[in-house]
Design a protein around this ligand. Structure first.
Ligand SMILES: [Fe+2]
Length: 323
C-alpha cells in the first residue's frame, strides 16, 4: 500500500466517501454491488425462439438477386436471439444461420478458429462443400463438419439453389477471445477429389438407419449421438419422434439449437408454443424445460454445448446441485 493511499483511505469518514475513493484506484466494492455475481440457479439471459425455413427461403432467394457472388460465403441469415442488445448469438455459445449458394456459384474458401457444421436442407450430388481440398457432396439431410482450422468453401454445380443451416461456436470464441480468420491464398480452393465417404460427412441414409435401429429411450422417441468425428465445443444428436409421441425434457445447463429435418410437430417451452416443420430452427437456451410433440413421424437434430459443460464440470439437469 502506498503512503498516499494510506492517507487517502484513512480519511474516509463514511461508505459513500470510501466508494468515491475506490474509484481513484479503479476498484469496485463487493458489499454494495448493483447486481449480484452469484445466484442460486442460472439466470435466463437468452429466450427460447423459433425461426421458419418458409420465411428464410424466400428471403435468401431475394438476397441471391441483391448480394453478389463476391460475398456468397456471407449470404446468410443469422438467427439472432431476440433479446435487447443482441445481433448475433442464437444461444450463449452458438449461432445458427441459413445460407444459400446459387446454381453454378462458388463461394471463396476460408478458415477460422470457430468450429462449424452444416445441415443440408436442399442440395444435390454436385453441390459441394470443399473441405481441405476434398469436395464433399451436400445431399438433403446430410450433416457436414468443418472443425477449427479447416479450409472450406462451396461449389454448387447443380441447376438449383442449395440451402443449408450453419451452426458455429462463434459466440463462444468471441467471448473468450481466440478468433482467427483467413481467406485461402487461392481465394477459391480447387478440389483434388470428390469424397462422398469423407469422415466429416454424416450421410442422411446412414444415420437414419442407425437411429431407427436403436432402442427407444422414451415412448416413441429414439436418439443417436453422432460421432466420431466430433467437435470440441458442441455435439449433434439425431432424434426420431414417432407420430403422436410426446417427449418431456428437463431444464439442463447445455445451450441447445434444434433443427427439424423431417416431419411436423410442436414444442412447448416457457409458456410458448412453436409449431415446426422441416427446415425450422429453434433456440432452447440453458435452463429451460420443454416438451416436443410430433404430429407426424419426425426427425430432429439437437446441437448442444454439452461436451463443453461436461469438460467444465457444469453439466447439470433438473435441480442443479441436488440433481
Ligand atoms: Fe466458414
Amino acid at each position: 500500500m502506498s503512503d498516499s493511499s494510506s492517507t487517502l483511505f484513512d480519511s474516509a469518514q463514511d461508505l459513500p466517501a470510501l466508494h468515491a475513493m475506490l474509484e481513484q484506484v479503479k476498484m469496485k466494492n463487493g458489499w454494495a454491488k448493483p447486481t449480484p455475481s452469484l445466484y442460486p440457479v442460472p439466470k435466463q439471459n437468452f429466450v427460447p425462439a423459433h425461426w421458419k425455413f418458409s420465411d428464410a427461403r424466400p428471403a435468401l432467394h431475394a438476397a441471391g438477386r441483391l448480394v453478389g457472388t463476391d460475398k456468397a460465403e456471407r449470404r446468410n441469415l443469422i438467427m439472432a436471439n431476440p433479446i435487447a442488445g443482441n445481433d448475433y448469438a442464437t444461444v450463449a455459445s452458438l449461432v445458427g444461420a441459413y445460407q444459400m449458394v446459387k446454381a453454378g456459384e462458388a463461394a471463396r474458401s476460408h478458415r477460422h478458429t470457430p468450429n462449424a457444421m452444416r445441415i443440408i436442407l436442399e442440395g444435390g450430388p454436385k453441390a459441394y462443400t470443399i473441405v481441405d481440398g476434398h469436395s464433399i457432396p451436400m445431399m438433403p439431410g446430410d450433416i457436414l463438419l468443418t472443425p477449427n482450422g479447416s479450409f472450406h468453401g462451396h461449389d454448387n454445380q447443380t441447376d438449383d439453389e442449395a440451402y443449408w443451416i450453419d451452426i458455429l461456436d462463434v459466440p463462444l470464441v468471441q467471448f473468450l477471445g481466440p478468433m482467427f480468420f483467413e481467406v485461402h491464398p487461392d481465394s477459391f480452393q480447387s478440389s483434388q477429389q470428390v469424397s462422398p465417404n469423407d469422415s466429416m460427412r454424416f450421410v442422411f441414409e446412414d444415420y437414419i438407419q442407425k437411429l431407427l435401429n436403436s432402442s427407444e429411450i422414451a415412448e416413441g422417441v429414439k436418439t443417436l449421438l453422432l460421432g466420431p468425428p466430433v467437435l470440441t465445443t458442441f455435439d449433434r444428436t439425431v432424434v426420431h419422434l414417432k407420430a403422436h409421441a410426446i417427449w418431456n425434457l428437463p431444464a439442463s445447463t447445455p445451450n441447445q439449437i434444434w433443427v427439424v429435418v423431417k416431419g411436423e410437430g410442436k414444442t412447448k417451452v416457457n409458456g410458448q408454443h412453436f409449431d415446426w416443420k422441416a427446415g425450422d430452427l429453434m433456440a432452447i437456451p440453458y435452463w429451460n424445460a420443454f416438451q416436443h410433440s410430433a404430429s407426424q413421424d419426425s426427425i430432429l437434430i439437437r446441437m448442444s454445448d454439452a461436451p463443453l459443460m461436461q469438460f467444465l464440470g457444469w453439466n447439470r439437469t433438473g435441480q442443479g446441485f441436488s440433481a
